[in-house]
Design a protein around this ligand. Structure first.
Ligand SMILES: Cc1ncc(COP(=O)(O)O)c(C=O)c1O
Length: 397
């Protein structure tokens, strides 16, 4: 790439993709690749989706962008659809441009209503490329290390526990939870821990915000990742899948937050706040998922993907484990496997036509395919993965 910066540390693997169709990418030489990454986990209903394309064309023909003092019915309709999905009656929804922005917007709202109390989150959370949620300054944030909770056998979390008792609930005004990405390492904090935190934060009148940028829109086999836990969040930030590759994101606030804010609405504006075009994309994505039962489809496919990955992991010394939820999966290589060998496995998969992600600087490969992927593509991927891992095992002795 002569004219653009690449993402630092990333090698350009396929320089000229010219066409796409659902989960297939086609390069300038006609080579086909099955995209098990859905871009950067964004194209949840597949590349070149016709419903989204038609919605974009229709909206472009009518009105794509207006100023702050103007709006369009499609924005109201899409906002209503998001509020309904999240069970936020009487709430409000704003449309923005990226996941980083939607989390930052929600965090700005939290700081507006918290009266200098801190926001608690897990220490391994990722919230975006910039801003307060990216910096997590200790004056405003409390970061909780839950690594010891993963193997904990206690039935409930109480203040008698040496790990749980470090949480300064009297200083915490909100809990911001990312339900399962853990900076892309696909880890799921235990339900009992999350229920206890939510209970203790809400008992003190605190708020619960969820970052659904990665886990939302069917990724985990439910509409939202928080639905695997027992909670009703006050604020939900969405990105990635909600735009299916188009740069639109959303934040949904329940009526309690709206009441806390009003009449001082959030002092935040940018040129594409509540653009009709982005809203039309969101509406099309939600409609497509509902009309084709894609959440249920993802839940069913999850068993095929996870069973396959776990079988390959169990058969090979090179792989420590496979974990995942829905269509969000990770394969973690064993400690003795050099990272260069993980890169080699990654390259071999691509040369056989399967795009997965090698998480930078780690020995992990990630798979986040579109909810629309066909079951036979998953079977083919598992078969090729098994073959390559087997061959590498022999080569490495
Ligand atoms: C959990 C999570 N939150 C927020 C973001 C930021 O989203 P974006 O890159 O669209 O700004 C990401 C991006 O990967 C993410 O994985």
């Amino acid at each position: 790439m002569k004219n653009t910066f690449a993402f630092p540390g990333r090698e350009l693997l396929v320089p000229e993709i010219v066409k796409s169709d659902n989960c297939t990418l086609i390069d300038a030489d006609g080579n086909q690749y099955i995209d098990l990454e859905a871009g950067i986990w964004c194209t949840c209903i597949g590349h070149a989706n016709l419903t989204v394309r038609d919605a974009v064309i229709t909206q472009m023909d009518n009105i794509s962008h207006v100023g702050f003092c103007y709006s369009s019915d499609v924005v109201e309709r899409a906002a209503g659809a998001v509020l309904e999905l999240l069970n936020h009656p009487g709430g409000k929804c704003s449309f923005l441009c990226s996941g980083s922005e939607s989390v930052e917007y929600g965090v700005r709202i939290l700081h507006t209503v918290l009266n200098s109390k801190r926001i608690m989150t897990m220490s391994d959370s990722y919230f975006g490329a910039y801003g307060d949620a990216s910096a997590k300054d200790s004056g405003k944030w409390f970061l909780f290390d839950w690594s010891k909770c993963e193997s904990c056998t206690h039935e409930v979390c109480t203040k008698d526990c040496s790990v749980y008792s470090v949480i300064p609930f009297n200083e915490i005004g909100a809990f911001l939870f990312e339900p399962g990405s853990s900076s892309g390492m696909v880890r799921f904090p235990p339900s009992k821990l999350i229920s206890s935190i939510v209970e203790d934060v809400t008992e003190a009148d605190g708020l619960v915000m969820i970052n659904e940028v990665t886990t939302g829109v069917g990724r985990t086999g439910k509409w939202f990742g928080f639905q695997h836990y027992d909670m009703e969040p006050d604020i939900v930030a969405m990105g990635k899948g909600i735009g299916n590759g188009y740069p639109v994101s959303a934040v949904s606030l329940n009526s309690r937050v709206v009441d806390l804010l009003c009449p001082d609405a959030v002092a935040y504006g940018q040129s594409h706040l509540n653009d009709p075009l982005g809203a039309a994309v969101v509406e099309a994505v939600i409609t497509e998922i509902n009309e084709h039962n894609l959440i249920q489809h993802a839940e069913l496919l999850s068993d095929v993907l996870m069973d396959g990955l776990q079988r390959v992991a169990a058969e090979s010394d090179l792989i420590e484990c496979a974990r995942g939820r829905g269509l969000m999966a990770i394969l973690v290589m064993s400690n003795h496997v050099d990272v260069s060998k993980v890169a080699e496995l990654h390259r071999r998969l691509i040369s056989r036509g399967f795009i997965v992600d090698h998480r930078l600087g780690t020995n992990a490969l990630r798979m986040h395919p579109a909810l629309t992927i066909g079951v036979e593509k998953i079977y083919n991927f598992i078969a090729v993965l098994e073959e390559i891992v087997g061959a590498m095992e022999i080569e490495l002795g």
